[in-house]
Ligand binder design. Sequence first.
Ligand code: HEM
Length: 221
Amino acid sequence: MATTATHTRQLIFTPAIRIFHWLRALAILVLVLTGFYLSWPFLVAPATNDIQVQSYIRFAHVVFGFVLTAITIVRFYLFFFSRNDIERRSFKDVMSLNSWIVQLKSYIWMGHLNKAGIYGPLQFVTYVAISFVALFICITGLVLYANVYHEGLGGALWDVSAWFTAQMGGLANIRIWHHYLTWAFIVFVVIHVYMAVWSGIRFKHNSVDSIVSGYDYHKDH
Ligand code: HEM
């Protein structure tokens, strides 16, 4: 932590968290765009199947799907086992009714937001929820994958995919859940970007910049 006369600079996001944040943002963008195309392949004339547009788009979807799956696993691991506990510390606030009240009041411009970790309780709970949505979209994606590619990893995943498909009441349900959850990401990203910009202005802290540089830079108070 570096301090000037009136400002404090504090490293809040480790390089791993920043790199995975932007890789995940890229993966989600590509997956939403290619996913909607897979759902409604409007570029290929119905009279021919001699054009590979669908395969190329599906290939990009699957490659970024594996990127997202890998990051989802690593991020779950880092949350629990990273040497830096700034994320885990927020759990204290989640368990404290007072912290919830302080956060919700600060959103309507009443008082300051004092947090034990880096996230407020509502923010923390939202990130946990979207992490589980990511896990679920990865599982349903891998089940769809196993139904498109029967060899290699697809083949290895076949038995567990068949079991999961049975639990979900059939492949059509897997597909429809994979599709619905796409919208959860769209809703999340819009609110997430808005809140990142808004909270930087509201609380006079670095916010969007911190997930690029890692540093929060704010006035002492
Ligand atoms: C943010 C993450 C993701 C989003 C938004 C997303 C979105 C979509 C959408 C909208 C579809 C079309 C479903 C339909 O037919 O209506 C789709 C299909 C598919 N997704 Fe994803 N997906 C994501 C992650 C993944 C992951 C992690 C995998 C795993 C590799 C995956 C594999 C697939 C496969 C194999 C299909 C079927 C492609 C086909 O029709 O041949 N997806 N996805």
